[in-house]
Design a protein around this ligand. Sequence first.
Ligand code: AR6
Length: 178
Amino acid sequence: MKNINIKIADITQEDVCAVVNAANSSLLGGGGVDGAIHRAGGEQILNECKSLRASSYPNGLPTGEAVATTAGEMRAKYVIHTVGPVYSSCKNRCEELLSNCYINSLKAASELKCRSISFPAISTGIYGYPKDKAAKVAYKAVKSFLGADDSMEVNFVFSSQENCDIFTDAIKELQSRD
Ligand code: AR6
């Protein structure tokens, strides 16, 4: 689909307006993409996250919601932090919550006047969401957003060829309906 790119890269190196962080509700960092983004962006991101916790999210960022900080030393202008569902406990809300991550991140990027955004495969690492299922949810959410606003360039960024292949195989069926 036009406006959607699929690539293998380190998301911290993306030259886009906004990179999305697969965060946890504490917003205070972690492993995986989250750890890599905080390392690459430097302490400015953590300081902004701490302020957000103190002001807007004293109990943490709820699953499916998204909030932006600047991107510190990364090339991107903003980091949009979102919290994906933990697959073992999201029950019948897994799809809805993962979809919300994509839609709310895109809305946040749009509010910041961004025209380019890079997503990691939210929830498919430590949070255990099956990669093929997550691919379909991610693609459907992005496609529906772009249906209403096609001025955004969306990158799906994968850490390995294998993960990229799982994604492209899973969305082939959906793409044939584009
Ligand atoms: N660039 C692109 N993709 C990456 C990178 C990278 N630099 N590093 C990992 N991936 P995860 P989650 C892929 O675990 O499942 C953290 O501790 C990785 O292969 O980062 O949403 C947070 O603080 C996987 O497919 O995110 C939370 O506690 C995908 O990115 C928790 O992990 C997401 O893996 C969130 O878990």
